[in-house]
Design a protein around this ligand. Structure first.
Ligand code: ADP
Ligand code: ASP
Ligand code: MG
Length: 400
């Protein structure tokens, strides 16, 4: 079995749905049994979310999930009808009908299990299952959604449950590139990438794959191929390639604009404060990324900054208030530019080259974090694109 997933642009019009139906028919003829996962038509989920936001800002509700899940209900039905019209037997299945059981975290549910009996029955009867991505149901039968971009996760999770040979993610670019090809014109397609690199890249903001889909792929060792729906090409395979002998220092770069940096100045009692503050933030499910702690001054005071996604700022403010603390500054005009590459393990001086490149472009750095295979710099958003282009020129341009 192979799982094929089609993103929103791939099914964005009736003409495109016809094209995808033909592609599925040819794939099934060539590769054997396939199971298909589909997103909502391009722009549809955004439209539903914006309708909802006229009425409520709370997206962790039953109504939100039921509403936004409806985009996929339409696309699976249309795709199934298109397959029927070319004589290929298919059946649309909502997430819960396809066996997706999730927890009850509204708007960001996690998949607990997938009961594959119905999919397997259809498949053995020669009927192609067309499954709604991005959704499932909790144990009480309520429809849930997995968070924006989550249909990649539906597809890879299904591939794992079916012990599929591969999961093909069909999208509107020809693979994973050295940077977002829509922003960086010199970006090149990467042929093979390790799960580990792709996991970093996805969680640092490259939206070509949902971060959780890569986590599942790595855990169950499912090769994921990112391919273009509208152009025949090899695409990128994300797989168990940790042992690439001569990896480049930097495999790919990405930017993330969804960032708020919260700063508390002149606070005291370091250990106690860190314990209380981050304990409270974790209780509130706030995602904290970068933490910068200044040196402690002679009088015992220090400064603390940490970053969160912009939508978590009100939760942070509430948490600070409950601890009788106040932010000195909340900066939402920043972006994070990140470089990822397993080659960093065996190369020194990468940070120095990053700083030199940014200094040459007179791009100020607000803060920096590193791990074994990545370096991230927070810079003012107005400089983010220039930072990405110049770092891409420095690290990813193949010089003759
Ligand atoms: P889909 O609707 O098919 O799920 P998405 O819009 O979620 O598609 O993801 C594909 C988009 O990801 C591309 O159009 C591209 O702009 C963006 N992207 C960001 N970083 C990269 C990258 N490194 N390589 C390829 N695409 C990227
Ligand atoms: N339709 C959903 C969204 O737009 C899921 C997805 O496309 O992956 O977020
Ligand atoms: Mg997507």
């Amino acid at each position: 079995m192979i799982v094929l997933k089609f993103g929103g642009t791939s099914v964005g019009s009736i003409e495109r749905i016809r094209h995808v139906a033909d592609l599925i028919r040819r794939s099934a003829a060539k590769e054997g049994p396939v199971c298909v996962v589909v997103s909502a038509m391009a722009g549809e989920t955004d439209r539903l979310v914006s309708l909802y936001k006229h009425l409520s800002s709370d997206t962790q509700t039953l109504e939100y999930d039921l509403l936004v899940a409806s985009g996929e209900q339409a696309s699976i039905s249309l795709l199934s009808a298109a397959l029927g019209s070319i004589g290929t037997k298919a059946q649309p299945l909502l997430g819960f009908q396809a066996g997706f059981v999730t927890n009850d975290a509204r708007g960001r549910a996690k998949i607990k299990s997938i009961q594959t009996d119905r999919i397997l029955e259809l498949s053995s009867a020669g009927i192609i299952p067309i499954v709604a991505g991005f959704q499932g149901a909790d144990e009480s039968g309520q429809i849930t959604t997995l968070g924006r971009g989550g249909s990649d996760t539906s597809a890879v999770a299904l591939a794992a449950a079916l012990k599929a040979r591969r999961c093909d993610i069909y999208t509107d670019v020809s693979g994973v590139y050295t940077a977002d090809p829509r922003i960086c014109k010199k970006a090149r397609k990467i042929e093979k990438m390790s799960f580990e690199e792709m996991m970093e890249l996805a969680s640092l903001g490259a939206k070509v794959l949902h971060p959780r889909s890569v986590e599942i792929a790595a855990k169950y060792q499912i090769p994921v191929r990112v391919v273009n729906t509208f152009e025949e090409s090899e695409g990128t395979t994300v797989g168990p390639f940790e042992d690439l002998l001569e990896s480049p220092v930097v495999t790919a770069l990405t930017t993330d604009h969804n960032l708020a940096l919260i700063t508390l100045k002149n606070v005291r009692k370091s250990e106690e404060l860190l314990d209380r503050l981050f304990g409270k933030l974790s209780e509130e499910n706030v995602i904290v990324d970068i933490i910068v702690h200044s040196a402690i001054r002679e009088d015992g005071s220090f400064d603390l900054s940490f970053s969160t996604p912009k939508e978590d700022v009100s939760l942070v403010e509430r948490s600070l208030q409950s601890l009788a603390l106040e932010a000195s500054q909340i900066d939402t005009s920043l972006s994070k530019v990140s470089l990822v590459g397993s080659g960093m393990r065996s190369h020194s001086g990468v940070a120095a080259r990053v700083f030199k490149t940014l200094a040459r472009g007179q791009i100020p750095i607000v803060c920096t974090t590193t791990s074994e295979i990545k370096i991230s710099c927070v810079v003012p958003q107005i400089h983010a694109e220039k930072a990405l282009q110049s770092l891409h020129d420095e690290f990813c341009i193949v010089r003759e």
